[in-house]
Design a protein around this ligand. Structure first.
Ligand code: HEM
Length: 470
């Protein structure tokens, strides 16, 4: 590391030295997380620093710095406490699964799980994705108000459980979804300040959600061990995986990986779809072009894997909505040694934040109209011009989302299947606001009025739309 680099001071607000100042800072952060982060970058530039007591939080938004943190110097970082903390972080729900683990252990698990996400394997899930979507919208009625975020959450959770674990669950889907919501509510700073031994209503709800979720997951593991039947799904793969010394995974480790995939694999996709519906409702010209593509390519059929290559505009819409509203809007790491990023010294133990929602709207990479919804940005030729690492909905480097192709295929099929049959318009008077918890969700849900696009379209959907035995 050069002396020059070490001498570059990192700008930032006055450090919060005492408890009162720290509490004030946290409360400001909770009240306006996105605004505060954006204003910090506006004021201090591409790198700034928040200091509170011993805590140092470096804030980054430049794509070149992302490349350093996530790719070239990735080995100098591990997941930060927001992930690892077993009392308050993601670790409380996910344990030591793929999202929260690090080092050699993570490497081994990733290698073990990766084959479940190979293209051939995920292509086999296409039909289940379409069937589950049709089942989900089966009881929508013309003119009814739909809580879209609940619907998307339920459908994506069914998809992940069915596709990756080959299980049919009804009530369990809701239990796991509720557990995730409870957990997200725990994640703001004020709740984080309260120790987990204090039995607040939210803490009690969290314990119950965890218990119920564990009952389901351990139940699945035990039943499969007892049946000794290889169903070719991830659960079977995890049960059969052996280390070099011949030992297998404990039930607890398998539980952690399953819960990780349940949780990482549904809410993110659901929120990406939520924002897509929200943006479509505000851009009738984009919606009209989407309908034209769907009607031309599908001619009333439900979409299949073969159709996806032709549904290019549909895919561009999803990519553009993930640009404006990236479900994983921030990624955190902790330096495991002193490291230099963009010429700044990040000391061992400091946290670094990567803010895709800021970078995704930076006019330097997206032009003066960066805030506008324009799916054309992702037309092949234009997409090729996008600055590298300026678009990171799935992160990059060794910790890139393992489910990225799965998620893109799922969102593509779900949007096509639903938009072919229904228009969703915002309920009048509803102010939609992003709520940055662990993922970026529409605060208070998304209440939309469903309008059948054509009576024929809905009639066509009906015979295939029998509820699935989930
Ligand atoms: C649109 C939907 C999705 C988005 C936006 C998304 C985004 C991300 C991001 C940004 C990361 C990196 C987090 C970090 O490094 O801190 C990640 C990791 C991960 N995602 Fe996704 N994800 C989505 C869907 C899925 C699906 C469908 C699955 C599984 C079925 C999944 C499973 C995972 C796992 C296991 C990791 C940890 C990978 C590792 O560290 O090795 N995700 N995801």
């Amino acid at each position: 590391m050069s002396d020059m680099a070490i001498k570059r001071a990192v700008p930032g607000p006055k450090p919060a030295r005492n408890l009162l100042e720290q509490l004030r800072l946290m409360s400001q952060f909770d009240h306006d997380t996105l605004g505060m982060i954006q204003r910090g970058f506006d004021t201090y530039g591409d790198v700034w620093l928040i200091e509170a007591g011993k805590m140092q939080q470096f804030m980054f938004r430049h794509p070149d710095h992302y490349h350093e943190i996530l790719v070239t110097q990735a080995s100098s970082f591990h997941k930060d406490l927001n992930y690892k903390d077993r009392k308050k972080g993601l670790g409380r729900f996910m344990g030591n699964g793929l999202v929260t683990s690090d080092g050699e252990f993570w490497k081994r698990q990733r290698k073990l799980i990766q084959p479940a996400f190979h293209a051939r394997r995920i292509e086999a899930y296409t039909q289940a994705m379409v069937d589950i979507t049709l089942g989900q919208i089966n009881d929508w009625r013309d003119g009814a108000v739909i809580e879209v975020s609940e619907q998307m959450m339920e459908a994506t959770l069914k998809v992940v459980t069915r596709s990756v674990f080959d299980v049919d669950i009804t009530q369990a889907t809701r239990t796991i979804g509720d557990a995730m919501t409870t957990f997200q509510n725990m994640s703001n700073n004020q709740n984080q300040m309260i120790p987990s031994w204090v039995p607040t209503p939210l803490e009690l709800k969290t314990r119950q959600a965890l218990r119920e979720m564990d009952d389901i997951v351990y139940g699945l593991i035990r039943a499969r061990r007892a049946s000794a039947h290889d169903r070719g799904d991830l659960l079977s793969m995890l049960l059969e995986a052996r280390d070099d010394d011949g030992s297998g995974m404990t039930d607890e480790q398998i539980r952690d990986e399953l819960v990780t995939l349940f949780l990482a694999g549904h809410e993110t996709t659901a929120n990406s779809l939520n924002w897509t519906w929200y943006l479509l409702a505000q851009h009738p010209e984009v919606e009209a072009r989407l309908h034209t593509e769907l009607d031309t390519v599908l001619a009333g059929r439900a979409p299949s894997l073969q159709d996806l290559k032709q549904l290019t505009y549909t895919e561009m819409i999803i990519k553009e909505s993930m640009r404006l509203y990236p479900a994983v809007y921030a990624i955190g790491r902790q330096a495991t040694e002193d490291v230099e990023i963009g010429g700044y010294r990040v000391p061992k133990g400091a946290s670094v934040g990567i803010f895709s929602f800021v970078t995704h709207r930076d006019p330097r990479w997206w032009g003066a109209d960066a805030g506008q919804f324009k799916p054309e940005r992702f037309a092949t030729e234009q997409e090729a011009q996008i600055k590298k690492y300026a678009y990171l909905p799935f992160s990059t480097g060794p910790r890139i989302c393992i489910g990225n192709s799965f998620a893109m295929m799922e969102a593509h099929l779900m949007l096509a299947t639903i938009a072919q049959r229904w228009r969703l318009q915002l309920q009048p008077g509803q102010a939609v606001e992003p709520e940055p918890l662990i993922t970026l969700r529409p605060k208070g849900g998304l209440h939309m009025i469903a309008t059948a696009r054509t009576p024929q379209a809905v009639a066509k959907a009906a015979p295939q739309a029998e509820p699935l035995p989930l």
